[in-house]
Design a protein around this ligand. Structure first.
Ligand code: AHR
Length: 642
């Protein structure tokens, strides 16, 4: 295939071409990126008919008796349950309780920051916080927490714990024990028991370092949150109420998640904004559109409630201290500087839920109510409807849409041209995307693949190259929910898998593909013309990056033999003719995979089936670079600076 890349004549692409999407699915928030180590730290439910409050994660130490209590004087209205720890009158030892974490805890010689609340008469001098092996009982670290005041009021204790020794594996627990003689025959009540390892950028109540570092390496530009289905809730009352996710942890009631487990809401609206700050991401804030996953829907007479909540949320984030919600942000949370919100999405996949009327009502009154309110109050914000033009919605300008391709690799590839027919009036976000099923037709009646696999990842690459060709019509693109805890998950297709043991953090085949394309995102396309061959089995796009380099990005799919490529950067040809420049160089990065396209990166095998090679190429006369790409490969040729 012989191609010429012209130096001008292309279109300016979206400044936020590649990003992230997060919802708490797969214990990717609690038990994932949210660094809290204690599972079920405050006995939350969000919806007791769905998630009865339990002592899940907790066990007694030395014969203490643990039970849940709904005290007449709870820690807070938001946290009505606490754990009662009764001490048998026969006990002479230290007693207490332990937490198993999110299926273990990583113990290193580093500072852990903890806290807990206690209520009750305790005559002892201190509590002991410790980290130990669940298998052998070996204690890796312990600290005494002196008693401040014992009595009928709840008292908060803060402590630091630095283990003397790292644990050999993550099968560890965290315990709080105390002197049985100080309570014998009585009991103490505990709540909101928390323990954090060091967090990314040392944020209190922050995020897990290794996962944030892996996300940072993707060089993303936006974060779409908090869903996904997570935004909607299973039932009308259980949608993601942003105002219940802010402030002191003891005032966050938690939430009935939609993926089979309740949520702490520790990763709340402010923590999401800090995530954006720390990775320099543009928030794409999804607000509830009045639809629940069970089909419950706000009637037209009540849609203003959802609209007002969204406006309040915007005021909380962007209003100055003189506004009601901006004042709360500034005075109570101490964040005086307003954040900037440039993108708001109304709902999630509203073309899908709500039975026969859900989508019709979205078009008829739900979306229009938001559209009108935002046009009046926040006309500068790019609104995004949760369906796209491909889902059968005519989206009023200047709003955009959101398209979620969950496809086979073949269908990813056949979507390469999908955006060619759009105009700039059809601005589209790819708010979730992944190759989910193998080719061959099992579709949604069959399982997803167990992990992103090489053939699927190359399919995604080709879809993304098609998007980059149309970067002026695209708001941005992100993989499906990115994270998955290997111990409890509902959705297999994720960029990164993780568990308590950081050695299990696994970057999938798709991670490598999205990283290569994201770190070379095109800011302005350059026209490519073929003098020999054309699109398929080589798929390609060319453009300029924010570094000022020129790139040619390509992938090969369904080829029986390696594809010989010559790319002439016509502009570079001119430069090479300059007397002081003998040659021009470029770096060719090629990702290749296994011969079997179904292979994947398996967390337990610690393998990486993706091979990356980097080669320096010299241009021939006229700025021509020649190379060969094998079947199922993804490549970026990037010109070097002067
Ligand atoms: O990715 C999992 C789910 O798939 C998301 O929550 C939803 O938006 C989509 O249907």
């Amino acid at each position: 295939v012989d191609l010429i890349v012209r130096p001008d004549g292309g279109n300016v692409s979206s400044p936020i071409m590649y990003g992230l999407m997060h919802e708490d699915i797969n214990n990717s928030g609690d038990g994932g990126i949210y660094a809290e180590l204690i599972r079920n730290r405050a006995f939350q439910s969000g919806d007791e008919s769905r998630y009865p409050v339990t002592l899940d994660g907790w066990s007694a130490v030395n014969g203490a008796k643990l039970s849940l209590k709904k005290l007449s004087q709870p820690l807070s209205a938001a946290l009505p349950y606490s754990m009662n720890v009764a001490v048998p009158s026969s006990s002479n030892k230290t007693v207490g309780f332990a937490n198993a974490g999110y299926w273990g805890m990583d113990v290193k010689v580093q500072k852990y920051t903890g806290s807990f609340y206690v209520k009750g008469a305790y005559q002892g001098k201190s509590f002991t916080a410790s980290l130990q092996s669940a298998l052998t009982g070996e204690v890796f670290g312990t600290t005494k927490v002196p008693v401040q005041k014992a009595g009928n009021d709840w008292v908060k204790y803060d402590f630091n714990l630095v283990p003397e020794k790292a644990a050999p594996n993550s099968n560890n627990t965290f315990a709080i024990t105390f002197d049985a003689a100080g309570v014998r025959g009585g009991s103490l009540d505990f709540n909101l028991i928390s323990l954090f390892p060091p967090t990314y950028k040392n944020r209190p109540n922050g995020l897990r370092v290794d996962i944030m570092e892996a996300l940072a390496a993707l060089k993303p530009k936006f974060l779409r949150f908090p869903g996904g289905n997570m935004l909607e809730g299973n039932t009308l009352p259980t949608w993601w109420k942003w105002n219940e996710t802010i402030g002191d942890l003891k005032n966050r009631p938690g939430r009935a998640g939609v993926w089979g487990y309740p949520l702490s809401a520790g990763l709340g609206l402010v923590e999401y904004m800090q995530w954006c700050e720390d990775l320099n991401l543009e928030p794409i804030l999804a607000v509830w559109s009045g639809l629940a996953l069970d089909g419950g829907e706000l009637p037209e007479s009540r849609i203003d409630e959802a609209v007002q909540s969204a406006l309040d949320e915007l005021e909380f984030l962007t209003g100055d201290a003189s506004t009601h919600w901006g004042g709360i942000r500034a005075s109570i949370l101490g964040h005086t500087r307003p954040w900037k919100i440039r993108y708001v999405e109304i709902g999630n996949e509203d073309w899908l839920g709500g039975g026969s009327t859900g989508f019709e009502n979205y078009k008829k009154y739900r979306f229009p109510a938001f559209f009108k309110a935002f046009q009046e109050k926040y006309p500068e914000i790019q609104l995004i409807a949760s369906p796209s033009v491909f889902d059968g919605m005519t989206i009023p300008k200047p709003a955009g849409g959101d398209y979620h391709p969950y496809l086979t690799p073949d269908n990813m590839v056949s979507s390469f041209n999908k955006f060619d027919s759009l105009t700039r009036d059809n601005l589209t976000l790819i708010g979730e995307a992944a190759s989910t099923h193998p080719n061959g037709g099992i579709g949604w009646s069959g399982n997803l693949m167990p992990f992103p696999w090489w053939g699927g990842s190359v399919g995604e690459a080709i879809f993304l190259l098609g998007l980059e060709r149309n970067g002026d019509k695209v708001i941005g693109a992100t993989y499906a929910p990115g994270l998955r805890n290997l111990n409890r998950w509902q959705w297999a297709m994720t960029q990164i898998q993780h568990a308590a043991d950081p050695a299990l953090t696994t970057l999938s085949t798709s991670y490598y593909v999205w990283k290569l394309l994201g770190t070379t995102a095109i800011t302005k396309t350059l026209p490519v013309t073929a003098t020999t061959g054309g699109i398929g089995p080589l798929y390609y796009v060319a453009g300029e990056t924010e570094r000022g380099s020129s790139v040619f990005k390509a992938a090969v799919y369904n080829s029986t033999e390696p594809v010989a490529v010559s790319v002439q950067f016509a502009g570079l040809g001119e430069k090479v003719k300059q007397p002081h420049k003998k040659t021009a160089t470029a770096t060719l990065t090629v990702l290749t995979g296994p011969t079997n396209p179904y292979e994947y990166n398996d967390p337990w095998k610690h393998n990486n089936v993706v091979k990356e090679t980097k080669t320096k190429l010299n241009a021939k006369e006229g700025g021509i670079f020649s190379f060969t790409l094998p079947q199922l490969s993804v490549a970026v040729l990037e010109t070097d600076g002067e």
